[in-house]
Design a protein around this ligand. Structure first.
Ligand code: DC
Length: 234
């Protein structure tokens, strides 16, 4: 079996993260959520009382003390900053907003892309983000780009926050998603868009198991080494 990179990109709240994790579990691959890396930097800056309004003040030397490492836990790579393991705190709306803002900075992107390429150099990884098929792993044999209607995305994010007992308001979620879409699509560096050879996956009417099944059906022919037919002549 070949161990490939599966590049997964797309809009927020389209189910790409949950699907990618399921695909990685089935294949015995590692799963890397690159959004968590941008969120980890946002969390680190937030800890230092840094706000969106101060973005102009942010300089690349901040990365020297930002001790990010992605540690495997089962099939997942979990973000640590120094001694602190990060998970739920990365999902807070203020961290999501700050992550979106800092991800427009070219030197932040250069740092993250380099780290992601290093982590994926051996293959056997499902990598999720916004620029994986276009910038991080343009040679990936399979690129999937997730889309879904805005209504469905708002509802999914709303239910996700409610389940976690966090405050949730549909209109605020809609506005936040629209703002992030706009910022992700229009930033000059690595804007969110499908690679020319990406397969589009519209998840509006699909369940998570159906999405996982669809992606696996695309992966399988790419990793199966063709059987040698006999008589064999090299
Ligand atoms: O996927 P996410 O919502 O966790 O991502 C958080 C932010 O990071 C999002 O606004 C876009 C940005 N991001 C990015 O620019 N490139 C990536 N590869 C992953 C995330």
């Amino acid at each position: 079996m070949r161990k490939i990179i599966v590049a997964v990109d797309g809009y927020a709240a389209t189910g790409k993260t949950t699907t990618a994790r399921g695909v990685a579990e089935t294949l015995g691959y590692l799963y890397l959520d690159t959004g968590a890396m941008y969120r980890a930097l946002a969390w680190y800056l937030h800890q230092q009382s840094f706000t969106e309004a101060e973005i102009e003040r942010l300089k690349p030397d901040v990365l020297e003390k930002f001790a990010l490492h992605m540690e495997p836990e089962g099939c997942e790579l979990v973000a640590w900053v120094g001694e602190r393991r990060l998970s739920e705190e990365l999902r807070l709306p203020e961290i999501a907003r700050l992550a979106s803002v800092i991800s427009t900075l070219p030197w932040v992107r250069a740092y993250m892309v380099q780290e992601q390429q290093r982590l994926g150099q051996k293959g056997g990884m499902v990598v999720v983000g916004r620029d994986i098929g276009t910038v991080v792993f343009p040679e990936a044999p399979l690129k999937v780009f997730f889309i879904a209607s805005l209504e469905v995305r708002v509802e999914r994010r709303y239910q996700e926050l409610r389940q976690k007992g966090l405050p949730a308001d549909r209109e605020a979620i809609r506005q936040a998603l629209l703002e992030r879409d706009y910022r992700d699509e229009t930033r000059p560096i690595s804007p969110l868009r499908p690679a020319p050879d990406a397969r589009l996956l519209d998840t509006t009417c699909l369940t998570i198991p159906q999405q996982i099944e669809r992606v696996l059906s695309w992966v399988k022919p790419l990793i199966t080494v063709p059987a040698i037919s006999f008589p064999y002549s090299p």
